[in-house]
Design a protein around this ligand. Structure first.
Ligand SMILES: [Zn+2]
Ligand SMILES: [Zn+2]
Length: 256
């Protein structure tokens, strides 16, 4: 299974508008982070993980204009769903299901009534909701997806185990013991780490290292970073050898 990091930045993106810090003014492309999202490809099944406000730009960079078999939504915050309307060009290949849990689906219906109510008018993206529950696996094409619970501060949101070997978690502060059990035996973990200092709703780097070591994937890649993590070229030493800061455009592959 092939994975591409489409965006590795926190909700503001990096650079932050108006910021003149060394990260926001860095010339290193790895210091520019679009809002967090990832692309998964297994044979001819393509899965999008979240669809944030940078989705259009991410697709212009990706050059993979084919059917999207499903969009896995982690939660309803704008930086994870703000690009859903831009799925429109991909609807020429067929309708696109959005997988989300019930409360998130309800929020999206309110936010995008013109494409998610029953009688849509012509020209809107042909997308529809499929409600899912943590602990209840399903398939997108031939790829098995297992949603599990993680906590974004006090907000319950979803992480996903995909194709058996990939774990994907964003915007998490903590997760229950049973979710650790769900991740046993994964090969690659993609997981959030916001900054060095602790935060009330996101893991900081030291918390992410502890979580990654407990999960024990072969390789872990950190996403959803802010400009406070520092320059990509200078921060790698903070991490154990099998944990890495991801960057936009990074390509990964799970070993089966
Ligand atoms: Zn977020
Ligand atoms: Zn900055």
């Amino acid at each position: 299974m092939k994975i591409k990091i489409l965006g590795s930045g926190t909700s503001t993106g990096v650079p932050e508008v108006g910021c003149t810090c060394p990260v926001c003014t860095s010339k290193d492309v790895r210091d520019s982070r679009l809002r967090t999202s990832a692309w998964i490809c297994e044979d001819d099944t393509r899965i999008l993980l979240d669809c944030g406000p940078d989705f259009r730009q991410q697709m212009l960079r990706l050059h993979d204009f084919h059917r999207i078999n499903g969009v896995l939504i982690t939660h309803e915050h704008y930086d994870h769903v703000g690009g859903l309307d831009d799925l429109r060009p991909f609807c020429r290949f067929g309708e696109i299901p959005l997988y989300a849990e019930a409360y998130t689906a309800e929020d999206l219906r309110k936010r995008l009534p013109y494409c998610l109510v029953e009688h849509v008018y012509p020209g809107v993206p042909r997308i529809y909701l499929k409600e899912i529950k943590p602990g209840c696996p399903f398939f997108i094409g031939k790829v098995e997806v297992f949603p599990f619970r993680v906590m974004h501060g006090r907000l319950p949101i979803l992480g996903y185990r995909i194709g058996g070997k990939l774990g994907y978690i964003t915007d998490m502060l903590t997760m229950p013991d049973e979710s650790y059990n769900c991740l046993q035996g994964i090969d690659v973990l993609i997981m959030n780490a916001l900054r060095i200092q602790p935060h009330p709703t996101h893991q900081c780097i030291s918390e992410a290292i502890r979580t990654a070591e407990r999960i024990g994937a072969r390789e872990t890649y950190l996403i959803h970073m802010s400009h406070h993590v520092g320059l990509h070229a200078e921060i790698g030493h903070m991490l154990p050898s099998n944990i890495h800061f991801a960057y936009d455009g990074l390509e990964l592959e799970t070993v089966t």
